[in-house]
Every structure is written in structure tokens, then in C-alpha cells.
Design a protein around this ligand. Sequence first.
Ligand SMILES: *Cc1c(COP(=O)(O)O)cnc(C)c1O
Length: 347
Amino acid sequence: MKSLQELTRPNIWALAPYSSARNEYAGREARVFLDANENPYNHPYNRYPDPLQLELKDALSKVKGVPAGNIFLGNGSDEAIDLVYRCFCMPGVDNVVAIEPTYGMYKVCADINDTEYRTVLLDDDFQISADQLLAATDNHTKVIWLCTPNNPTGNCLKREEVIKTIKQFEGLVIVDEAYSDFSAQPALRTELLKYPNLIVLNTLSKAWGCAAIRLGMAFASEEIIGLFNKVKYPYNINLLTQQQALEALKDPFEVDKWVKLLLQERARMIDAFELLPICERVYPTDANFFLAKMTDAPRIYDYLVERGIIVRNRHKVQLCQNSLRITIGTRTENGELIAALRQYNPA
Ligand SMILES: *Cc1c(COP(=O)(O)O)cnc(C)c1O
């Protein structure tokens, strides 16, 4: 790996971050807060929230098996994705390499940050080759984006190829594990300390059932976390989100129950899809959704919308022609989708 300084934008490396009122006294006991121009009334919403979310990181550390000092919290994973560009990619100069197809935000944030976005097409099994990814890099490639289980394909990327990419690339490798709670494969975040160039993304938006509160995580070396902390908005995670996340983390067994239920439903749904004459194949999945190749995805999509059922039409995505991405819902919701598809008339 190149040195972190070489990989970081010089202005970010040199940046003196905003020092908030709450940063400056940090660590000492205090009773009277007359430093932040807050209103003394309307407790607890009158006070700025903890800018480093230490209590929440402690709780997450236990659940995720990652030390608190290696955790960054963002307003969704989307904040961490954007921060990767803002910290490492010089607009108009640097580039990133990503797999195709994958989660759309990596490209949107590249475009916003005026960073060239290079893609390497997955193979017919939606798998990567480390050699191909590395061949797409040059001296200005700061980041390789991987996503496993991948969205929208659903499958896990081959572990050996992911590790090889991390080991051989001189820059940073981001592995988005938004769906790892649904997968039997071991999560890479637990091997973080072995790889100084690895950033793993997680979110409370999927298995944890908390998409509304917007809480995403990046796990990385303390040095990388320090850069993110320097660049983020000082109070990026509001109090309500911190409180609600702490509440959710008290009951990880609830999440295990949801995951088990969703995986059962997923198996049932895949069986049902495979029997539909309008379904050509269901791709292997390790997530709470699956990709299905249909006879005519755009028409089936429109038909479902008319019946008030929304799935994701991926017809225009490379390698996903005529494919619909189906999220696993409740047993009732899934039943409604299957019933509607059984009534679909292709003629
Ligand atoms: C849904 C999803 C996320 C979640 O993003 P949040 O901003 O945390 O809600 C991240 N990555 C992938 C690949 C996703 O599909």
C-alpha cells in the first residue's frame, strides 16, 4: 500500500478541522455548559449531540466485533461513500475502479466529486477477477469499490479474489457489506486489522430494520477514521438517531429472528419464481433480495405497478437485461406478489 499521506488529497491531509465547543473541553467532568450558545431549556434536545458518538460506538463495537476507534458513523453509508471521494480523490485528476453492475451511489458520488469512474464488468456468474480489476488501475487510481453480497446481483464475491485485490492494490479497497447479515460467509470487517488499505461499509438500513434513522458505518484503520472525522460535518449524527440506534442495538436477537424469517421466505419465493412460466431463472443470492430474469421485465414491472406492487426493474443495467430485483417482504406481501405474477397474461 502507498502511504496514507500519498493517497490523501493534500488539502485534506493539511486540513485543520472545525473545533466545536464540545470538542475543546472533552474528557473532563463538567456541570455547567455555557460554551455553545445553546438554549438552557428544552432538555434533551437543546444540547448538541456527541460529535464522535462514543456511547453508540461502544455498543456497536460489541455487536460488530470491531474496536470503537476503528468505527466511523455516517448519515447512512452514503455519507461514508461520499467522504471516500472527498478525502482521497482529487477532482479532475484521480480515478476509481468499480465492478459493474453494482450499487449506484459509488458512481453518483464520483460524478459529484468530478472523479473518473472506471468499471470492470462482472463475469457470467457475477464474479470478479482481481487481475482484471488491478489491470484497470493506474497511478491515479485511489480506490477500488467492491460490494459483497453485491447489489443488484445478490451474490457474494469470491473471497480469494477480494483478498487478492486488497493485498495487491496500492490504494484503498472499499468492501460494502450492507447485506452481510443475510450471508453465511464470514464478514470481512473482522479481518480489518490485517489490511491497512481496507475500508468496510455496514448499515443499519437493511437487516437492522432502521433505514429511516440513517445510520451507516465505515470500519477502517484509526488513521483513516481520523481523516473521515476531520472532514465530516461536526454533528453529522443527530441525537434522535443516536438514541434510536442504541435502542435497536439492545436487541440483536430480534435482528437474528428477522434474518431467519426473511431467509425462509426467500427460499419459498425463489421456489415459487422458478415455477413461473414468465421467470427464466433466479440468480443465486446471499442477501434479502434476489435477481430474477424474466421473459419481459419492463412489461411485468408495469403490470405490477398497476396492482400497487413495486419491485425494482433492472432491465437497463448491464448484465441484468429483463431482470427484476425482488426484496423479500412479509409472508403476506410475498404472497401478493406471487399471486399477481401467477395471474399475469404474457400474451
Ligand atoms: C442499501 C445499501 C446501502 C445502504 O445505504 P444507507 O445509506 O446506509 O441506507 C449501502 N450499500 C449498498 C450496496 C446498499 O444496497
